[in-house]
Design a protein around this ligand. Structure first.
Ligand code: ADP
Ligand code: MG
Length: 700
């Protein structure tokens, strides 16, 4: 059934002739294992190496490619430091000196032999009238001109892997990229001047014009549409078909849930009761639960999740709660154990750092159904973890896990009910596009007795006052989060800002100040967070790594520098770190002046409301759908070719296309339908095709 061309794409890189074990292991770290993974590594820029001027006309700063004869090598005098190695070359149009500051002598001597002709390419400098090329980027024999004189794509890299390596591997792969049957309606292709999939992909890695890489170029749009169409088709299929014929109706007597409720010492809010009813209905019905629970931090989702899991447990099943970080897992395990151990429910904690001996014991007890509730991190979906009878999984902060990881956990049982949770609501109007395959429950409001958080906007110029004002907070034995500016994508820049702020605050408050950042080892970070939780540290300076959900009731002040650089959802998340105890809390948004009108409006919303749903709606109004879907918190898959900002209209067309196509051809048996199945395979939705072909899908 699979198109033979897909075989090649799914081959491991290590098996490709010309790639080799060392290169393939570097590539694997960066892009993944297969040929297709490498093809999905999209270049970020290009260098145009087609410029071949006469040497005497080349200008300072030009990128040039030229063919030259090697006239002489000139090694620096022994012991003379900082003097480069030079290779003098020439051709009919002038002279050129290749200059090497760091070099491997034997390599240069072998690579550039006197009296022979070579193609060299790189940036040139005019120096005392002479023309120099420091560290040429290409040096190959004359016959290699075609491979150099072109538009060269530039790829994102990691240490140990150069652009040349990536280009080298692609050189072997590109000629074998198979043509696949067309899955886009030919009318759409024609109207947009889109090339075929094969042509688009090959040109992405071997551009014929610098414009090819533009996100709006026909070839980029085509590849983006492929990706968005596969995503929307997968959603449409799961909306139209249930993945498995029936779930397991689960019904216990309600005794565990009641006992737990009586131990909580509080009444459920009406929102919580409503959501619990929705979940209960899923549980007792014969269809499998696939539900997303959205609700602000502190709105009481975890309590709802726990009661739902107890519902599964009293029906004789096991339940698992997966969270993104170790510290959260520990926190949940501790609070859940405290609540339910008296009810005779066995709870265990499994994370990456669980010791081997303990881990073995847990796994053994799990298989014998001696543990009913397993809490943990990514460790939960590892292969060795086997349940006796898993009935329900809850995944907190679901956007932190990939679709495959969620499914891997759910697949550890038969027809397992799945409840996903997120503290970043996205507006209703977008939810259908993003999570069309799930039912959605929304938890509004907060448990009674919660103190509101006072939010103020203060210009950065007054940062000194804010820092000094913290003394009063510390005197009240309360704690402070201080979030440092997100300077750009690079963590390094973030880090230096955070370190600097840490040092100034430390000068003021000494040992009371701690620092966490993304470059720290998880263990170190956990240990600082622990100190903050336990009150050894009163002020935690951080880049944006403050883990979602960590509960420190004594923290009452949240300071955010350069608040204008954050998304509203993120600000809202960060603010949710405070206001968890009995004391009044505040959030200080420090902004850089002058604020644009839209930034002003956005920060103003933060001041006006604490309702995450409203914030999400306003964010949508101010920033547009594309930008919101494009953020990490939206829970959407990471896109490779498409960009929600640029291609939002394509997303909408893909959605309509997918729905219409499936109405016409629900089992994808037409010629185009069969081609679309290949598309699903490409983008990791192959399991849907498998389910369908094995008869595991049935119409809703
Ligand atoms: P979330 O998971 O949505 O962040 P939690 O379920 O962890 O929220 O609840 C936050 C805090 O509020 C917890 O300390 C919890 O015990 C408490 N809580 C939850 N529901 C209620 C309620 N109905 N009344 C009072 N307190 C509640
Ligand atoms: Mg929670």
């Amino acid at each position: 059934m699979l198109h033979p061309g897909l075989d090649y794409l799914s081959q491991p890189l290590s098996s490709i002739k010309g790639v080799g074990p060392k290169l393939s292991s570097h590539l694997q770290r960066l892009v993944g294992h297969t040929v297709w993974d490498l093809l999905c590594h999209v270049p970020v820029d290009v260098i145009d190496r087609r410029h071949m001027p006469a040497l005497h006309q080349a200008q300072d700063g030009d990128y040039i490619t030229t063919i030259v004869m090697i006239d002489a090598h000139q090694a620096p005098v022994k012991g003379a430091r900082k003097i480069p190695y030079k290779v003098h070359c020439s051709n009919e149009t002038g002279v050129l000196t290749l200059v090497f500051f760091h070099y491997h002598l034997q390599y240069i001597q072998k690579q550039l032999q006197k009296g022979k002709r070579y193609v060299v390419s790189g940036k040139v400098e005019r120096f005392h009238g002479g023309l120099n090329m420091p560290h040429p980027e290409c040096m190959v024999p004359e016959t290699g001109l075609d491979s150099v004189c072109r538009i060269e794509p530039i790829y994102p890299l990691t240490s140990g892997l150069s652009n040349k390596h990536v280009l080298g591997a692609l050189k072997y792969i590109l000629p074998h990229v198979p043509p696949l049957p067309e899955w886009i309606d030919p009318i759409i292709c024609k109207a947009n001047h889109w090339p075929s999939w094969n042509e688009a992909l090959v040109r992405l890695h071997n551009p014929t014009s610098p414009k090819d890489l533009d996100l709006k170029s026909p070839l980029r749009e085509r590849l983006a549409y492929d990706e968005l169409l596969s995503f929307q088709l997968a959603l449409a299929i799961s909306r139209r078909f249930k993945r498995l014929p029936v779930g397991q109706p689960m019904q216990g007597k309600g005794q565990l849930v009641e006992q737990a409720l009586s131990r909580f010492g509080f009444e459920l809010t009406s929102g919580q009761q409503q959501v619990l009813r929705e979940i209960k209905e899923d549980q007792i019905s014969s269809t499998r639960m696939m539900r997303l629970l959205q609700g602000d931090v502190g709105s009481g989702k975890t309590v709802v999740a726990l009661l739902s899991m107890l519902g599964a447990i009293e029906a004789g099943k096991q339940a698992a709660l997966m969270v993104p970080t170790e510290i959260l897992a520990k926190q949940h395990a501790a609070s859940i154990t405290a609540l339910v151990s008296a009810l005779g429910v066995e709870v265990a904690l499994l994370t990456g750092s669980t010791k081997t001996k303990e881990r073995r014991a847990i796994l053994a007890r799990l298989e014998k159904n001696e543990i009913q509730l397993l809490v943990g991190t990514h460790a939960l979906f590892q292969e060795q973890v086997n349940f006796a009878d898993l009935g329900m999984v809850v995944i907190d902060e679901q956007h932190r896990f990939g679709v495959k990881q969620r499914m891997a956990l759910a697949d550890k049982g038969d027809k397992v009910d799945v409840l996903l949770m997120t503290a970043t609501p996205i507006p209703r109007t977008l939810a259908m596009t993003a999570y069309g395959d799930m039912e959605i429950s929304s938890l509004h409001g907060k448990p009674a007795g919660r103190q509101p958080i006072k939010t103020s906007l203060i210009p950065l110029g007054r940062i000194g006052e804010v820092a000094l004002g913290l003394r009063r907070v510390f005197e009240k034995k309360q704690r402070v989060y201080w979030i440092c500016p997100l300077v750009d994508e690079s963590e390094l820049v973030d880090l230096s800002a955070a370190v600097e702020r840490f040092q100034t605050l430390e000068q003021c408050y000494g040992q009371r100040v701690g620092l966490v950042h993304g470059k720290m080892k998880a263990q170190e970070r956990d240990s600082v967070m622990k100190k903050f939780k336990e009150g050894e540290i009163d002020c935690l300076v951080s880049t944006t790594v403050v883990e979602v959900g960590v509960d420190v009731p004594e923290a009452t002040v949240m300071v955010i520098e350069h608040a204008e650089r954050f998304g509203l959802a993120q600000l809202h998340q960060l603010r949710g770190r405070v206001g968890r105890g009995k004391d009044a809390s505040s959030c200080i948004l420090l902004y850089h002046e002058p604020l644009s009108q839209i930034s002003q409006a956005r920060l103003e919303i933060m001041r006006q409301t604490e309702d995450g749903f409203r914030i999400a709606e306003e964010d949508l109004r101010l920033r547009g759908a594309g930008e919101i879907l494009g953020t990490k918190q939206s829970g959407l898959p990471d896109l490779v070719f498409a960009d929600f900002n640029v291609h939002y209209k394509l997303l909408l067309s893909a959605r309509d296309d997918a729905r219409y196509t499936l109405e016409q051809d629900p089992n994808l048996t037409s010629t185009r339908g069969v081609a679309l199945k290949q598309l699903l395979w490409l983008f990791d939705y192959g399991y849907m095709v498998e389910d369908q072909e094995a008869g595991r899908l049935c119409p809703v």
